[in-house]
Design a protein around this ligand. Structure first.
Ligand code: PPS
Length: 574
């Protein structure tokens, strides 16, 4: 038998409301609706499937106050994280929210109706108090505090929900178990003792050793229960991580472990989060829960000091151990002992023993450069998955963005660079010349300040998408404004390197050598608002390279660009 749920009853609202599903679905169509944010969607999914038992909806003011101040719902049951539905003043008015009103909760991804909420109350939280009590700080370096202050709306709506539909997922569907499904699964396998492992990171040998040790010392099996909802900004995406967990699974002895995905929106709340995580795992049927060093830690505050002590989360769960109803297995960090070729918890390592470790930063750097990742650290099949998602520099896309006056030589440089990169091979090379873009993408735009911005934004969007998929992109618009170039850099740098090359050929030279006669037309007033004639060009304030076709040949300029790309490792042989 799996562990009893928190509060005694699994609040599987989907199952509870299934008999009335048709009726609820019909009613949902007639009600005003609130479209949920990503965070609210994650919360709703775990309310609907019982992962947050004993909750049956979003917290009303009494439950919220109890949880914020004292880790307790109004009826006294332990619960450490406020689960609230934040709405703006406008939404309250638009939707007509008031106590007793019924409102449909809708999925932002596909507009499906998910639930009906009956409003209990609407209240204005004291966000500073919430931040301090729940996260121990009102410093916005904490991602949940930042979310609370900057993203969450000003009012909370409390009320119970009735289930209309489960959320649709299209990725790893077979690994998404509801608490009821997981309980049934454990039952089928005959597992009565299950130790759950929470993670938002890829797993390596140390994690495998830790979980196997935890299982063996408690005569239990393992539930690898990674978060696939929202984790810490900057984390490795869940697609990659789930492929990693799948690759790791056969490394457990005799089918010791099961992998299930948890659609949780983490808050990185350290001690409070650890209690919450334990409750969620208990609801999923686990009997034991591993809490390691710096569990759900958000890192450092704006003063450079850790928000929480490394073992604060362990102390917090220890404090509520009797009420939690899931045995917490505290764990020290695992360290590799090369002389024995084994892992051991740091507190059990002999004094003079040699140890080895690879930090997360070091791992990322090795992935980026394609350097070796030793087998004592991770399994080859895990490394393979990570390498696929972290191509070495030589396979990463990038954008070279040439800016300058018409006839500054930017088009010749772009063409010569394209040929040079094609000769080198290894990447597809895409060109976005000013005139081509104007013809193919921006034919309805003119040359007003606004239209030029829009044109550059389109170039940046396409360059970003191509860079993301590993291409070398050469863009060569005039791009006369710093603000637009900075925005382009920001758009592309999400996916790869961006190099701004100012083709600073003097205007007089551009004009003098203009064979197309376009400057003459502009001077004659036949073309209005022409850059350099009667429209401004702002020289880039932070170019990566400045070149000049009056003083240099195209060949030497291309060579300079190639050297720049080479020095960043982008042209290494694969
Ligand atoms: N009013 C005005 N001002 C500037 N340029 C003009 C104008 N009208 C037409 N053209 C020709 O349009 C070509 C593309 O301009 P861009 O799209 O690069 O300009 S911008 O970046 O959007 O400002 C650009 O050519 P290239 O510089 O050779 O690409 C210009 O010759």
């Amino acid at each position: 038998m799996a562990n009893p749920p928190h509060g005694g009853v699994l609040k599987d609202l989907i199952a509870r409301d299934f008999p009335r599903q048709a009726q609820l679905a019909a009613e949902a169509e007639t009600l005003p609706a609130i479209t949920l944010t990503e965070r609210q969607l994650c919360d709703l999914e775990l309310i609907l499937n019982g992962g947050f038992s004993p909750l049956e909806g979003f917290m009303n003011e009494a439950d919220y106050n109890g949880v914020v101040k004292d880790n307790r719902l109004a009826d006294g049951v332990l619960f450490s994280m406020p689960i609230t539905l934040d709405v703006s003043d406008e939404t309250i008015k638009e939707v007509g929210l008031k106590p007793g009103a019924r409102v449909t909760l809708r999925d932002l991804r596909d507009d499906r109706n998910l639930a009906i909420l009956t409003v209990d109350d609407i209240y204005k939280p004291d966000k500073v108090l919430e931040a301090k009590e729940v996260f121990g700080s009102d410093d916005e370096a904490h991602p949940a505090v930042k979310y609370l202050f900057r993203t969450a709306a000003d009012f909370y709506v409390g009320g119970k929900v009735e289930a209309v539909n489960r959320l649709q997922h299209y990725d790893f569907v077979d690994l998404r178990y509801t608490p009821a499904e997981l309980r049934l699964h454990f039952d089928k396998l005959g597992w009565s003792r299950v130790v759950a492992f929470q993670t938002r990171n890829p797993m390596h040998r140390a994690h495998r050793e830790l979980t196997v040790r935890a299982a063996r010392s408690h005569h239990a099996n393992v539930l690898i229960h990674p978060v696939v909802g929202l984790t810490k900004p900057g984390d490795i995406d869940h697609f990659t991580r789930v492929r990693v967990y799948k690759a790791l699974l056969p490394r457990y002895p005799n089918g010791m472990a099961v992998l299930g995905l948890l659609p949780l929106a983490m808050r990185m709340g350290g001690p409070r989060e650890a209690i919450w995580h334990a409750i969620i795992r208990k609801n999923h049927g686990a009997t034991h829960f591993i809490v390691g060093r710096d569990h759900a830690g958000p890192g450092k505050n704006s003063q450079g000091v850790d928000f929480y002590g490394p073992y604060d989360a362990q102390y917090a769960v220890e404090k509520y151990r009797d009420e939690l109803g899931i045995e917490v297995v505290p764990f020290q960090m695992m360290t590799y002992l090369p002389d024995k070729d084994e892992y051991a918890p740091v507190d059990q390592i002999p004094k003079d023993a040699r140890t080895l470790n690879i930090s997360g930063t070091e791992l990322r750097s090795r992935l980026r450069s394609g350097r070796d990742i030793p087998e004592w650290f991770s399994y080859p099949e895990v490394v393979k998955v990570l390498r696929e998602s972290h191509p070495p520099r030589a396979a990463q896309g990038f954008t070279v963005f040439l800016t300058g006056y018409t006839n500054s030589g930017k088009d010749q440089i772009a063409r010569a660079l394209q040929v040079t990169l094609n000769q080198q091979g290894g990447r597809s090379v895409s060109m976005l010349l000013g005139e081509t873009v104007r013809h193919e993408l921006s034919s309805e735009l003119g040359f007003s300040r606004e239209d030029r911005s829009r044109n550059i934004a389109r170039i940046a969007f396409v360059a970003g998408e191509l860079t993301r998929s590993g291409a070398a992109v050469i863009a060569a618009p005039i791009a006369p404004f710093d603000k637009d170039r900075a925005a382009a850099r920001e758009a592309v740098e999400k996916y790869g390197d961006f190099y701004l090359v100012h083709v600073a050929t003097p205007l007089e030279y551009c004009e003098k050598t203009d064979k197309r006669g376009i400057y003459a037309k502009a001077r004659a007033g036949e073309i209005k608002g022409f850059t350099g004639v009667d429209d401004p060009y702002e020289a880039p304030s932070k170019p990566d390279l400045v070149v000049d076709c009056e003083k240099q040949t195209v060949r030497s300029i291309v060579h300079q660009i190639v050297l720049m790309l080479e020095s960043r490792g982008l042209l290494d042989r694969l």
